[in-house]
Design a protein around this ligand. Structure first.
Ligand SMILES: [Ca+2]
Ligand SMILES: [Ca+2]
Ligand SMILES: [Ca+2]
Ligand SMILES: [Ca+2]
Length: 514
């Protein structure tokens, strides 16, 4: 389809004047699948493009703009809905696109398989035939769109979509918004169809979201992500840039409305963000008629290298757990291998989603407790950790325990394996408490592995205080006083690191008298 832009804009205005907003009766409440959106501006994945016929013209390229992962049909697995535009090789990040497609695939990350291909529009600027199953007919929008991108105008030929159950059958539909018009694509009688004319779409319905929605962005300059930066010190001081990495909407407290949770980074750069992360923030905000209001702000991380004073209510510091003695390299060095993400999951078993933040240096958990958001767990984890930081319900009581792996630095042994150490946290009704006694008491496998490495190192290099200390500590946690005494006493008599000596002495005092 093809329509001059001017007509479309006139149509927008006329529809505003002639049709007052249709407010429908409360739609039946349905639970819809969790939705993840990935917004791409610069570093989009190209793996989906092979599922489309190749482009004949040398001047043109496919660009993946947006990928959503959710269940949109009658199969139990999730699908991916991929918005792909055709553009010239001089890619325009905010849209002057020639054609646009929705590709539906399964959710296989490595080898996605095509389920469907729909064509959304064609500017007819190039004679280009990409065979899609159907061409979607776009319609005059039922009302004028609010400018979704506050600081970047809705550019001509721009196109986006979101997944909402607009037909009320509990299955997510695809709502498409483009400068050429809108469409409602719904899974009915076994296939995706355009059904805009059969349903009344209101602003209220469009404002609905799934129970949990995640948005990830690939670029610091992405306009939607920039909306959250005003809750930090604005503007960012010279040489620093704010970068929204992830946003979620879900209910994370005791109010019936959903909150918006935004994860932001302050990073260095001259003339643009460079990617050396210096601070990280988690904003919790309420949405009041599309206006964000801050509820809380946590600082997650600070290298201490830059004079940036953002008024966060709580600063979380990744806690070193007791008995881990090694160089503390975090403060004063950039977060150069920075990665951070969060996930909403009810860890504490009270029916309210908690915020699980995982980053290169460890983990932090923020939970709504007694009327406010609290940091209930924070733990440092070595960047050389072998196993993942994870929450698991080992006793099946519906409350998650948290396992934070760490690695013990070995002094002066080239080639010796750094032993892995695990810290085990348990919910006590108020906060997560270290409970290594419980974890190590039942974990014969861990003890055997530690003893094996100890013997291996012993034969090659001799005794090392690190191994002796941690084996002693494991025996202490297991309540084996005789063995704990044997190893810890050796540490007191032979170790060089005073940290180990003092810790061993304090543990020996707690052992029953011999
Ligand atoms: Ca499905
Ligand atoms: Ca709420
Ligand atoms: Ca909870
Ligand atoms: Ca449990």
């Amino acid at each position: 389809m093809k329509r001059p832009l001017q007509n479309t804009l006139v149509g927008f205005v006329i529809s505003l004047i002639l049709s007052p907003l249709v407010v429908s009766a409360d739609p039946p409440k349905t639970t819809t699948s969790e939705v993840k959106y990935y917004h791409y501006y610069y570093s989009a994945p190209v793996g989906y493009h092979r599922l489309l016929p190749s482009l004949a013209s040398k001047e043109l390229e496919y660009h993946t703009r947006l990928v959503a992962e959710a269940n949109i049909n009658d199969t139990p697995e999730k699908e991916k809905v991929v918005l792909i535009v055709v553009d010239t090789k001089r890619h325009t990040p905010y849209g002057e696109w020639l054609q646009a497609f929705l590709l539906i695939t399964d959710s296989d990350i490595n080898n996605p398989k095509k389920k469907d291909l729909l064509k959304l529009f064609d500017s007819d600027a190039y004679d280009l035939e990409v065979p899609a199953r159907i061409s979607i007919e776009l319609h005059e929008p039922p009302f004028v769109f609010k400018e979704r991108l506050n600081d970047a105008p809705w550019k001509p030929h721009g196109v986006s979509f979101r997944l909402i159950d607009l037909t009320g059958d509990g299955i997510l539909d695809i709502w498409v918004e483009a400068a050429y018009g809108v469409a409602l694509i719904s899974f009915q009688n076994g296939e995706l169809k355009e059904v805009f004319s059969n349903y009344t779409v209101t602003k209220e319905k469009l404002a609905e979201t799934s129970d949990i929605e995640y948005h990830s962005y690939d670029a610091p300059v992405e306009p939607q992500g920039r909306l959250y930066h005003r809750f930090l010190s604005a503007p960012a001081p010279k040489g620093l840039y704010y970068d929204t990495r992830m946003v979620a909407t879900a209910n994370v407290d005791d109010t019936p409305e959903k909150e918006t949770i935004a994860l932001m980074i302050a990073e260095t750069g001259s003339g643009g963000p460079h990617g050396e992360w210096v601070q990280a923030f988690l904003l919790i905000a309420e949405n009041e008629v599309d206006v964000l209001r801050k509820k809380d702000l946590f600082k997650l991380f600070d290298t201490g290298t830059h004079d940036l004073d953002v008024p966060a209510r709580v600063s979380i510091d990744a806690q070193r757990t007791p008995f881990i003695f090694r160089e503390w390299t975090r403060i004063g060095s950039p977060w150069s291998f920075g990665w951070v993400r969060f996930k909403l999951v009810d860890l504490t078993g009270d029916g309210i989603l908690d915020i699980w933040v995982e980053h290169a240096m460890g983990v932090a958990v923020i939970s709504f407790q007694n009327g406010e958001f609290k940091e209930v767990c924070s733990g440092y984890s070595s960047t050389r950790r072998k196993s993942p930081i994870e929450y698991i319900d080992i006793d099946n009581d519906g409350i998650y325990e948290i396992k934070i792996p760490d690695r013990i630095a070995m002094s002066g042994v080239a080639g010796a394996d750094y032993p892995e150490w695990l810290n085990f946290y348990e919910w006590d009704g108020n906060t997560y408490r270290l409970n290594n006694e419980k974890f190590y008491a039942k974990n014969d496998k861990y003890l055997i592995r530690l003893l094996n490495t100890y013997n291996f190192v012993l034969i090659r290099y001799g005794r090392f205080e690190e191994y002796s200390f941690y084996i002693g500590l494991v025996f202490y946690y297991r309540g084996n006083a005789a063995m704990a005494y044997k190893y810890l006493q050796w540490v007191v008599e032979h170790a060089e690191n005073d940290g180990y000596i003092q810790a061993a002495k304090s543990l020996l005092k707690k052992l029953p008298p011999r």
